[in-house]
Write a new protein. Structure first.
Length: 518
């Protein structure tokens, strides 16, 4: 088939955050071409290694002859990516045989084939799994009935959520495929929370279809399955996607339909960009790491690009829904897009893509936001930036000696004083609580800062620090309350050094001095 190429308008539409039906169709077509190539690569490598692939290939060719659409649908199964990518290392031929068997069952093509098991089970992609099977297990299908080693096959069928009655898509709950764990988060046990997942998705879909039809279109065309994740500690809401399994969205059971709609929109943005990156070079690899305002860890350029595109969708989701959330994510995403703009890693196409994102964000700058919401969002943005510096910067011993000497002498902060990079991990749980307006979950200092009472906030943060229970969150809040959010690592580290050798000074005095106004 001819190469997949985007018109200028199609590319611009994707860059702006959505994408026309034609552009999204090309993304899906690109994944199919990619998986055909991956499958051919597996077969070629297996043949070169004299591995037994003939039965599986012959069966796939028989299915292709009867129902090419069935083979294409099987190749749209997201986990095919991960299996094929890992094949040079694992030589896991069983999945190829199972893929051929599943395609034949779908197409009604009779067969008999031996399928190697994995950990005592055989996955039939898109259909389910057979547990307690022999190794290999002989599968036979007469066009109607499936047997395993001569007995009725005990298939644990994969469930799907069919929203066709409300104009929605059919999305599978993928909790049996052996290659579903493609994320740095543990997957849930099979069968966990099926009914709740289905109910939440049924309630979430109208939020997307009605309020965000362009995003709903992308979900309909690109999302094939949900992979349930194990419930995280503390009830946090987690989701993930992977370029190794485009079409699947992994998520822990959300609390509300609104949360599910947001998580699915967010991850669909990642799927769109992952699909585009398989077709168009937007960036060149580098070793540089960047601050992503939504992550606790420094990110490579590709990660920042992916995150910015995803949060373009998040910002869009909150437009007209929550002024505080919209203002916060608009500010943070705009900062990230500005970091991307002009970066040396961008190709010419990548520069056009980032320009498209920035144009959308700039167009939202005039959205009406109440002053109170704008102020709360601004405080949260400042605290987030200060918290990042506190997590990832520290004053070295030489710099700290100069600071303590200057403090003791009553002189100014030495020129160029700043922390240097260090490994660390930030946490914005308190900021997220503030954005949700979950004030009871916040300490007194945060509540005062969000209410606009900087003096009372500073008093509270200082008291917490003086009690010995304060941490980076309190230093970040104190720095913002006193109007000095730029280098919060200086007062934190200086205060610790002074407290280690004598009476601890008032943290507020240390912040003011480091800001140039002792």
């Amino acid at each position: 088939m001819p190469p997949i190429a985007f018109t200028a308008d199609e590319f611009a539409g994707l860059a702006a955050g959505h994408g026309s039906a034609a552009a999204l169709g090309k993304l899906a077509a690109g994944q199919l071409v990619r998986r055909r190539l991956l499958l051919w690569g597996v077969v070629r490598e297996a043949r070169a290694a004299a591995l037994p692939v003939r039965d599986a290939v012959d069966l796939l060719l028989r299915v292709q002859a009867r129902s090419a659409g069935t083979v294409a649908d099987m190749l749209a199964h997201p986990q095919v990516d991960a299996w094929a990518a890992d094949f040079p290392r694992t030589r896991a031929l069983g999945y190829l045989h199972a893929l051929a068997a599943a395609a034949a069952i779908r197409a009604g093509v009779p067969f008999t084939i031996d399928v190697p098991a994995a950990a005592g089970a055989v996955t039939l992609p898109g259909l389910g799994a057979l547990a307690g099977a022999g190794d290999p297990v002989r599968l036979a299908f007469d066009g109607e009935r499936l047997t395993a080693d001569g007995s009725p096959a005990p298939l644990r069928a994969r469930r799907s959520i069919d929203l066709g009655d409300v104009g929605g898509p059919v999305v599978a709950i993928e909790d049996v495929d052996q290659y579903r764990a493609q994320y740095r988060l543990p997957v849930a046990e099979p069968g966990a929370g099926h009914d709740r997942f289905a109910a939440l998705w049924r309630a979430a879909w109208p939020l997307l279809a009605t309020d965000h039809p362009a995003h709903a279109r992308a979900v309909r065309l690109l999302v094939r399955s949900f992979v349930p994740l194990a419930a995280p500690a503390g009830g946090a809401e987690h989701s993930a996607s992977s370029g190794r399994a485009v079409g699947a969205i992994a998520l822990a059971l959300p609390r509300t339909a609104e949360s599910m709609a947001l998580l699915v929109l967010h991850e669909t943005q990642h799927l769109k960009l992952s699909s585009l990156l398989h077709l168009v070079d937007l960036d060149q690899r580098s070793q540089a790491l960047y601050h992503a305002p939504w992550r606790a860890d420094p990110r490579p350029f590709r990660g920042l690009l992916q995150g910015t595109y995803a949060h373009l969708g998040v910002t869009d989701f909150w437009r007209g829904r929550s002024a505080v959330q919209f203002a916060y994510w608009h500010g943070q995403t705009s900062r990230a897009a500005a970091t991307l703009d002009g970066a040396r890693e961008l190709t010419a196409a990548g520069a056009r893509f980032v320009a498209g994102m920035r144009a959308t964000l700039d167009g939202w700058a005039g959205e009406p936001v109440p002053e109170a919401a704008r102020r709360v969002a601004g405080v949260c943005i400042q605290v987030s930036g200060a918290r990042w510096r506190l997590a990832h910067r520290a004053v070295g011993s030489d710099g700290l000696n100069r600071l303590t000497d200057a403090w003791a002498a009553g002189s100014a902060v030495p020129p160029g004083a700043a922390g240097t990079e260090r490994a660390g991990a930030g946490a914005d749980a308190r900021i997220l609580a503030a954005l949700r307006n979950d004030r009871p979950a916040l300490p007194a200092g945060d509540r005062a800062l969000l209410a606009g009472d900087a003096r009372r906030a500073a008093e509270s943060y200082a008291a917490t620090i003086n009690s010995g229970t304060g941490g980076d969150d309190d230093w970040a809040g104190l720095a913002v309350a006193l109007g000095a959010p730029d280098r919060p690592e200086l007062p934190r580290d200086l205060h610790a050094a002074l407290a280690a050798t004598g009476p601890a000074p008032d943290p507020r005095d240390v912040v003011r001095w480091c800001a140039g106004g002792r």
